[in-house]
Design a binder for this molecule. Sequence first.
Ligand code: SF4
Ligand code: SF4
Length: 125
Amino acid sequence: MQCSHCGLCCTETEMLLTKEDIKRIEKKGFHKKYFLKIDKEGYAQLKNRNGCCVFYNSENHQCNIYNDKPSGCEVYPVILDEDVGIIIDDLCPKQATIHIDEKNEKGKNVIKLLKTIDEEAKTRR
Ligand code: SF4
Ligand code: SF4
């Protein structure tokens, strides 16, 4: 896809994290307290600051951990709609630039990812 780096998907993020994502980000030198919150269901999520993900750089409109960003950010804007299945999020202004093959490939990863995230959340309850 041709991401325009508009930052919409980094605004008021609710991005879920896997344990692997958390470890990878910690290795970059960020403390969990800075970027991680756990909700009451045990799900790990990115924190926001001033309305955006803590890693969003509003000056250059880039992700500060671009090469190590969470797997959910990697597959975005392909997401799972509980009622419809794998879709391309219509919030993304570049949704039309995603090829069907990319959607299908990322869609498989979304399913695996959500399974892992659900299993990991259970271990925190
Ligand atoms: S909303 Fe779409 S175009 Fe904008 S930064 Fe996210 S992926 Fe890129
Ligand atoms: S980690 Fe990066 S890509 Fe993901 S929501 Fe935060 S700023 Fe955006």
